[in-house]
Design a binder for this molecule. Structure first.
Ligand code: ZN
Length: 323
């Protein structure tokens, strides 16, 4: 089964739902200091945005992305969803981030996650985020013009936390098919790792039989995507998941990567996405996010989309914090 497929190195991207693309951009760029790397459309609902934030290049493992769906229901967070998205920052940077968030008027709390200091906060749509002081992942590419000095900048994802009504079947899929291993436990929180382990490879699983059930709504995570090196490995994953009884989509070309989708038994939507070709397939690194980027097969809709999509202003930033 899973053993025949090269292991999943870690998180590829996390996709959420925003009710206000502009507020979302203001938060992720001006507060968290992520770069706005791509302005595109949801390929299944092409009159709506799909916007992407990440490191300088949107390296797999750093891309937080949003569907702009202002008419969706109000936030209903619960089981069957990724309920917390955690970013990694250097262990010594938690104080910096606490001061920065306070200065910018962003409420936050201190927490400890398996021995690491963390800050818990919410984004513009109410999605629960953590900054975990446990960075050891140097695959990220710094954004020199970003508003957060590079010593303290977010290094991409640390982990995702899933809430499910019943953990057993999810645990079985993770460990028997997807190659995850249980690393530790803290009360009701089970920690799993994949690949080389550590930040970027972590999935926390929380069992919550008492509910409530989550619903696809503004301020929730739509899905988490896991990395795979190439198209051949992706096909092997697809076969392995089908064998394990999952209902998996065919391979879909997302232009920036190829994707397959399935629900894990707890109801959380998973994607497995190829590392390449990445966000520089249609814009130069220095121009990322500056135009409405459309896959070739959507170019015929460009004029219509220019008319119906609300404008987005990306905040201009200057690196600060040389203190
Ligand atoms: Zn995705």
């Amino acid at each position: 089964m899973g053993a025949s497929v090269a292991s999943i190195p870690g998180i590829h991207h996390v996709t959420c739902i925003t009710g206000d693309a502009q507020k979302c951009v203001d938060f992720y760029v001006s507060v968290l200091g992520l770069r706005f790397v791509k302005k595109s459309i949801n390929q299944d609902l092409p009159d709506t945005y799909h916007i992407y934030f990440g490191d300088y290049l949107g390296t797999p493992g750093t891309a937080m992305t949003f569907f702009g769906w202002p008419t969706w229901p109000k936030q209903r967070v619960g089981s069957g969803q990724v309920t917390t998205v955690s970013f990694q920052v250097p262990a010594g940077s938690i104080g910096f981030w606490s001061r920065r968030l306070k200065q910018l008027g962003v409420a936050h709390e201190q927490a400890t996650r398996f021995g690491a200091d963390a800050l818990v906060l919410r984004d513009a749509d109410g999605i629960e985020l953590e900054l975990v002081g446990d960075a050891n992942d140097d695959r990220w590419t710094p954004w020199p013009e970003g508003p957060v000095e590079q010593d303290h900048a977010i290094r991409g994802f640390h982990s995702v936390a899933l809430t499910v009504a019943e953990a057993a079947a999810t645990v079985e899929l993770l460990t028997r098919t997807m190659g995850f291993r249980q690393a530790s436990r803290d009360g009701k929180r089970l920690r799993f790792e994949t690949g080389e382990g550590g930040p970027h490879s972590i999935l926390d699983l929380i069992e919550s039989p008492e509910g409530p059930e989550g619903e696809e709504s503004i301020g929730t995570v739509h899905h988490v995507a896991w990395r795979t090196a190439d198209a051949a490995t992706q096909v092997a994953w697809r076969e392995s998941l089908l064998e394990a009884g999952r209902n998996v989509t065919p391979v879909i070309d997302r232009w920036y990567f190829k994707s397959i989708y399935y629900r894990e038994p707890g109801g959380v939507l998973f994607e497995i996405a190829t590392d390449g070709p990445g966000f520089t397939v249609d814009e130069k690194p220095e121009k990322l996010g500056t135009t409405l980027s459309l896959p070739p097969w959507f170019q015929v809709r460009r004029e219509h989309l220019d008319d119906v999509l609300p404008p987005i202003a990306v905040p201009t930033t200057t690196a600060t914090g040389a203190h």
